[in-house]
Design a protein around this ligand. Sequence first.
Ligand code: B12
Length: 591
Amino acid sequence: MIDLKTVFADGEAPNSGDSLASGRALARDCSVGDSAFLSEYGVASEIDYKQKARAEGRFTHHAQIGWRDPAKTGDAWAAIHAATEKSGGAVDRYGICLDWSMGYPKASRGAMGRGTGLILEGPEDFKALTCRAPVAPHFGDFTIGLPAALENTQCALVAGATAIGNLGQYFTFRMPGWPEDRETTAATVSALALCAAQPVPILIHSNLDDGFAAQFTDLACAFGAVLLERYIVEDLIGGVIGHCYGHTFSDPLSRFAFQRALAEGRDDIPGTMVYGNTTAYREAVPEAENYGALAAYLSVDIAAQRAMASGHAITPIPVTEADRIPDVDEVIEAQLFALSLQRRRGAPMPLLETTAADAMKEELIAGGHRFFEAVMEGLAASGLNTRDPEALLLALRRIGAKRLEELFGPGEEDDALPRGRRPLVEAPPVAELRALAQETITCLSDEDRQLLRDSDLAVVVGSTDVHEFGKLLSEQTLSELGIVSMDAGIHAEPDDLADMVAANRLSAIVLGTYNGVALDYADALVGAMAKAGVSVPIFIGGKLNQIAEGSNTSLPRPVAAELAARGLTPCARMEDMLAGLAAVVRERTSS
Ligand code: B12
């Protein structure tokens, strides 16, 4: 079913020998340094700290921080700690939002563009943060899994970090303008080996929603992805991995059940954090509405930790997150809200009935194992050495979530469904996007709906970055109207979009973008279209903003008007694109 010659069309499958050896050798000179957290609590690593907390019947709190200005980030490190301590609680760990450009090796960084986050130049910058207050540093994103994996991991270790990731990003994140994946994989394996060879346990972090999990339609496959990553990190490399889940888990039952599936048999290895269900936050609504969403997921997470401690730190995300990057006082408010909620929620038993969640947990575990075994058997049958972590990682990344689920998903075959399978436990975003697409087309006038249904429009749909829900929603909405859409994938390159339009005589480009690069991307796309000699409408939606070059405020500015000035159609809502497409059809019929 898998043709290795296609997967590795550029040569042989890689071999981990050199990468493992170099990572292990590096551990002789590079080891975990001191941090305010490690010395304050007298622990060797965050795993030890979490195990102590678990033994005391306590669970931990996570805050996500990181602004473009390193000094602001350092001050926030101290301020959030002080504010939570003053209210009688504590924030136990900080996830550092590094800028995505930190994923490039330092030598290439300057020339490659950058996003909205924090840029740290070297070990001293990392250390300047972790000494500011006794909060465990979690260098979760843009460290392990990207081209700069090895150098960033060294900086994080020296600064006293004992939770480092994000392996999930390895599978899905593509650095713009960085097409190679062999060196990235080798750097990832070396970084994992460096962590595994430390004398203290380093928790390798993987955010499932950043990886394949958010792309599966079946949550059982997401649990199967956990098993694949545990096999690679723990069985093949000798490290320790903890998973994060939560962004897209808006259904309380599956959120609760997934935590129990992750916790099963892992008494000695804590999860990293349960992330806020940030997809539930709405933009430009009264804050009180988003506080409802915050309370809803925190209640599930607090109850889940009390019913079965899995070591996941709870993560109250500021309610302004849907509008923009939250500021320091908003992070503090969210933490204080969580502490207050936690104090007011008593023990979950006997209020909580876990039978349904446990049945779902069993289904997730059984289905996840079936997926894991089918993937391993399928790859072994194709001739892959599944005992080699580098070969296995690269094969999985190149095959991709969609194909893996189609080939090896545990659900029954059903051609009418996405991925050709009936999910054992449907992933919450699938149902939500389906409902949203149906609702969207009811907003059209009968005349426009019929006009679009009768049209012969064909478009290409893509996303500039890993955020693909806007793209999926566009595809669902177009398909409800019978409009053909070709898939340019996530991380769609401008040249590829222009070439697809030219080769297939398409009527429009439909583009989702979220990473604060809308204007740069639009310029590249307009250039690529001119080069390919095509001119079609471009409908662009998502987060239409851009961080200003040289800005130190970290806050991206809206660029919808500038996009319009370049001839693109900025879409605040799906309906804007449908109105634009209807206009295209009308123009065609009248000319
Ligand atoms: C889900 C999510 C993720 C998921 C994405 C999973 C996936 N497979 O898509 C994950 C966890 C991977 C993720 C990662 C990151 N994210 Co994120 N993420 C979000 C989140 C919570 C929701 C966005 C979303 O998909 N909404 C669902 C869609 C359907 O709804 P919507 O966006 O409201 O869209 C509506 C309209 O805008 C319109 N629309 C949307 N797209 C399109 C497209 C077209 C063509 C049209 C016509 C209309 C249209 O239709 C929708 C319905 O009305 C937002 C915050 C938020 N609540 O908005 C942050 C957010 C987009 N993320 C952000 C960031 C910074 C990141 C990271 C870089 C963080 C980090 N340091 O790691 C990483 C990206 C890493 C990477 N690899 O690039 C920032 C972007 C900052 C900015 N540009 O201002 C946001 C805004 C959070 C924040 N406030 O900081 N993220």
